[in-house]
Design a protein around this ligand. Structure first.
Ligand SMILES: [Ca+2]
Length: 318
C-alpha cells in the first residue's frame, strides 16, 4: 500500500509501503535519518507493529512498467541493463540491500551481519530475533523491495550497528513477570520423555519424574531462555501419576520481545498405560489439575528496553 509519495531532493519520489509486522521501526528510522531527516519529521505516528519501507525512485508512476523500471539504462550492444546504484535485477527492478564490509575488506550485503530478503521472503521468515510470525505478503512490491534481516546482536537498516542486551527496567517495581503453567499427568506405567519449545528452540527430553530444578536447568540450556524460575505446586515431580501444575516464571531475557511468546509442550515420545494430560496455560488461565492448589498464569506487564532503559546504546559506527 502506498502511503506517501512526494518530491524530495532532485526528481526523487519517496514511496512508503506499509508492510506486515516484520520490519522493525528502527529500520525505518535509520534509513530515513541517513537520507531524509526532514522527511522523517513530517511523518505521522503509526500504530505499533506497523512496518514501513522507503524507496527512493526516479519515475513518476509506480504502476506503469517502464524500460529498466526507470532505474538504469539499456546497454544496446549487450541487451542488458546497467542499473543505478541501489538497484539490481535483470530489469533493475529490485531495490538492492545496503552493502558494507565488516573489516573483512569485502563489501557484503547487510555488512555480512544479516540476510538480504524480499518483502515476500521476509514475511515468511520466522527467526525469533526480529521476525516472530509468518504471514503471506503478495502485494505488487513483494519481490521488488529488499531489505536487511539482521542476525541477533546486529541492527540498523544495514545491520552495521551492534545491539546491546535488552532487559527490564530495574526501577520498575510494579511490573508483573510472565508466568506460564504446565499441567502434566502421566498415570499408570509411564515411560519416555516430553519436550518444551520456546522461540523455535526445543529442550532435550525431560523425564516425567524430573524435578522443578531439572526442568529449569533444561529450559535455561536454550539460547532463547536467559533465566526462569520453575516451581511445582503440590508435587515433587513435574508429571506424576496424579498430575501436577508447574509454573515457569520468566525473570530475565536479553532480547527484544523477550517473553511475549508461549512455551509449548510435546509428549509424542512419552507413553502411559493411562491417559496422558499435558497442557500449557497462559495469560491469566488457571491450572486445571484436579486436587491441586489453584495456580494462575500471568501475562507480563514488563516490556524490555535496550540496556533496560538505563544506559546509552547504539553508538555510531566509527
Ligand atoms: Ca533460574
Amino acid at each position: 500500500m502506498i502511503l506517501f509519495r512526494r518530491e524530495c531532493h532532485s526528481a526523487t519520489i519517496i514511496i512508503v509501503s506499509r508492510f506486515a509486522p516484520c520490519f522493525r521501526r528502527s529500520f525505518l528510522a535509520s534509513l530515513v535519518r541517513s537520507s531524509l531527516p526532514s522527511f522523517l519529521s513530517s511523518l505521522p505516528s503509526f500504530a505499533p507493529r506497523s512496518s514501513l519501507l522507503f524507496i527512493p525512485s526516479c519515475f513518476t508512476n509506480i504502476s506503469k512498467p517502464q524500460s529498466h523500471s526507470g532505474f538504469g539504462f539499456c546497454n544496446r550492444l549487450t541487451g542488458s541493463c546497467v542499473c543505478r546504484t541501489g538497484f539490481e535485477g535483470a530489469a533493475c527492478d529490485k531495490l538492492a540491500c545496503p552493502k558494507g564490509n565488516n573489516n573483512m575488506l569485502v563489501d557484503e550485503p547487510c555488512f555480512g551481519h544479516g540476510k538480504c530478503k524480499t518483502m515476500r521472503e521476509t514475511a515468511k521468515t520466522q527467526d525469533f530475533v526480529q521476525l516472530f510470525q509468518e504471514v503471506d505478503y503478495t502485494n505488487w512490491d513483494a519481490d521488488m523491495i529488499q531489505g536487511c534481516v539482521c542476525q541477533a546482536g546486529w541492527g540498523g537498516f544495514d545491520c552495521s550497528e551492534r545491539e546491546c542486551p535488552w532487559g527490564f527496567d530495574p526501577r520498575d517495581t510494579t511490573g508483573k513477570d510472565e508466568v506460564q503453567l504446565l499441567d502434566c499427568k502421566c498415570p499408570g506405567t509411564c515411560t519416555g520423555t516430553f519436550t518444551l519449545k520456546y522461540k523455535g528452540q526445543t529442550t532435550d527430553g525431560i523425564a516425567p519424574t524430573a524435578t522443578a530444578l531439572l526442568l529449569e536447568h533444561e529450559l535455561e540450556k536454550l539460547d532463547s531462555v536467559a533465566d526462569v524460575r520453575v516451581n511445582t505446586h503440590g508435587a515433587a515431580t513435574v508429571c506424576p501419576a496424579h498430575g501436577a501444575t508447574t509454573s515457569i516464571t520468566f525473570l530475565r531475557d536479553f532480547s527484544r520481545h523477550s517473553n511475549q511468546l508461549n512455551v509449548t509442550v510435546n509428549t509424542t515420545k512419552m507413553t502411559s498405560t493411562g491417559t496422558i494430560v499435558a497442557n500449557m496455560k497462559y495469560q491469566g488461565q488457571n491450572s486445571a489439575m484436579p486436587g491441586q492448589t489453584a495456580v494462575s498464569s500471568t501475562k507480563t506487564t514488563r516490556f524490555p528496553k535496550e540496556c533496560s532503559g538505563r544506559g546509552k546504546y547504539r553508538a555510531k559506527r566509527s
